[in-house]
Design a protein. Structure first.
Length: 180
């Protein structure tokens, strides 16, 4: 399977979901010159899912990820020794707006497959990445699942195919089954 190509933010989307180093990552890691905000969004969605599992903050608005990354980058520049996770948790509390976010752990398959009016495919893929991070944080994903996540979350991949057959099931439940 082809892996994501991303520069070094928290390593890469793959490494980010494979490792349990998020709590230890410092702002100095995040603000490296190779860390380009637009390219970091996929890895960071996986990171946010991981953080959500550890903190219980299970809401996400995929459309604000770029802005959140920009804010995180600015704060990290002034606090290079701070832990990325700590700053992110502080930021997330200010960025979650009721009614504009998805409670990711209760997202139904039909919502992922058909989306909402105006929600782009990138958001659907982002949602799947978030859930991969969430599962991995709870050690609920087999190594092959994390390694092949790009194929798993592809529009024609096993997650979407299973969700098409089971529209009323929760996406997280389907992913748990696929992950083992």
């Amino acid at each position: 399977m082809r892996r994501f190509f991303l520069p070094l933010l928290l390593l890469s989307a793959l490494t980010a979901c494979e490792s349990n180093t998020y709590p230890e990552s410092t702002c100095a890691d995040f603000t490296r010159p190779t860390a380009h905000i637009r390219e970091l969004s996929p890895a960071f969605l996986c990171f946010d899912g991981y953080a959500a599992r550890k903190t219980g903050q299970e809401s996400l608005n995929p459309e604000w990820v770029d802005e959140a990354l920009s804010q995180l980058h600015r704060q990290c520049e002034t606090r290079p020794q701070a832990r990325v996770m700590e700053i992110w948790i502080e930021l997330k509390k200010t960025l979650i707006v009721p009614g504009q976010s998805y409670t990711m752990t209760t997202l139904a398959c039909h919502e992922l497959v058909h989306g909402s009016a105006g929600r782009p495919w990138a958001s659907e893929k982002g949602i799947a990445l978030w859930l991969v991070g969430y599962l991995h944080a709870g050690r609920g994903a087999a190594p092959w699942f994390v390694e092949d996540m790009e194929a798993v979350i592809d529009r024609n991949g096993p997650l979407f195919e299973a969700c098409k057959r089971r529209p009323q099931d929760m996406v997280l439940d389907v992913m748990r089954e696929l992950a083992h």
